[in-house]
Ligand binder design. Structure first.
Ligand code: ATP
Length: 242
């Protein structure tokens, strides 16, 4: 009999009464205003909305990179708001993968060396880390470019290396901030397809911040934000009002 992996009972990410302010007094900016939102396992959730509406701030809090000013965030069953700084760093390293608009690859390292960095940081032996990184690079279609340096790869290929690096330690939450912004339409679609194929699993969660309406079709859910608030949560195939 095949073992099936099913979603854990609770939401992958829960924001409860979450607010974030920057600055004080007359310079005070409300980046997030009382967010109540639960994001599920097993889906690709797109976070959309105009520039400055709070998307990056929200995923930075979900990823434990930023603390909220008010409210709570529970990620993969752990309340980050109550977690000490050292534990949070460990939790992040073990459970969260990041993909950004800039690929942030190390230019002196080959594709496979770049992709295995998180494993080396986690203490893996080099040969095992390289083998695992090669496996995931193959899964994202770069099995024949393992030894290429970033400067020898196209933008779309470099983003695929960055995706492999983000997924190599099998994180249960993948957070992507504008992953297709620097790519042409075709490469952007390939990258979204890969994220969907490789990262979306019943016991994992994927959140993608995007301005790129060309990739809205990939969202199982679209959370639309404005002025630090969630304005609507749309199902598959629905489009936000622009
Ligand atoms: N470190 C900071 N200090 C002061 N204000 C900040 C800081 N980070 C974000 N903000 C402000 O908080 C608000 C939300 O910013 P955020 O970057 O989350 O928006 P965004 O929706 O991701 O925008 P974009 O799509 O342009 O990346 C903006 O008004 C921004 O200027």
């Amino acid at each position: 009999m095949t073992a099936t992996v099913s979603a854990p009972p609770m939401a992958a990410i829960q924001f409860r009464g979450l607010s974030k302010f920057f600055g004080t007094a007359e310079t005070k900016v409300t980046a997030l205003d009382n967010i109540e939102l639960a994001l599920p396992y097993g889906e690709m959730v797109l976070l959309v909305g105009p520039s400055g509406c709070g998307k990056t701030t929200l995923i930075s809090i979900a990823a434990g990179l930023l603390n909220p000013s008010e409210g709570e965030v529970v990620v993969l069953g752990q309340n980050l708001t109550k977690m000490g700084a050292n534990r949070k760093v460990r939790f992040r390293g073990e459970n969260i993968g990041f993909v950004f608009q800039q690929y942030n690859l190390l230019p002196a390292l080959s594709a496979v060396e770049n992709a295995c960095v998180p494993l080396l940081i986690a203490g893996w032996n080099r040969a095992k880390a390289i083998a695992k990184a090669a496996e995931i690079l193959t899964a994202v279609g770069l099995g024949n470019r393992l030894k290429a340096f970033p400067s020898q790869l196209s933008g779309g290929q470099q983003q695929r290396v960055a995706i492999a690096r983000a997924l190599v330690h099998e994180p249960r939450l993948l957070v992507c901030d504008e992953p297709t912004a620097a790519l042409d339409a075709a490469s952007g679609r390939t990258v979204m397809q890969l994220i969907k194929q490789v990262a979306v699993q019943p016991d994992r969660a994927v959140v993608v911040v995007t301005h790129d309406s060309r990739v809205y079709d990939f969202g199982d859910k679209i959370v639309s934000m404005a002025d630090g608030r969630v304005v609507e949560v749309l199902g598959k195939g629905q489009r936000p009002h622009e």
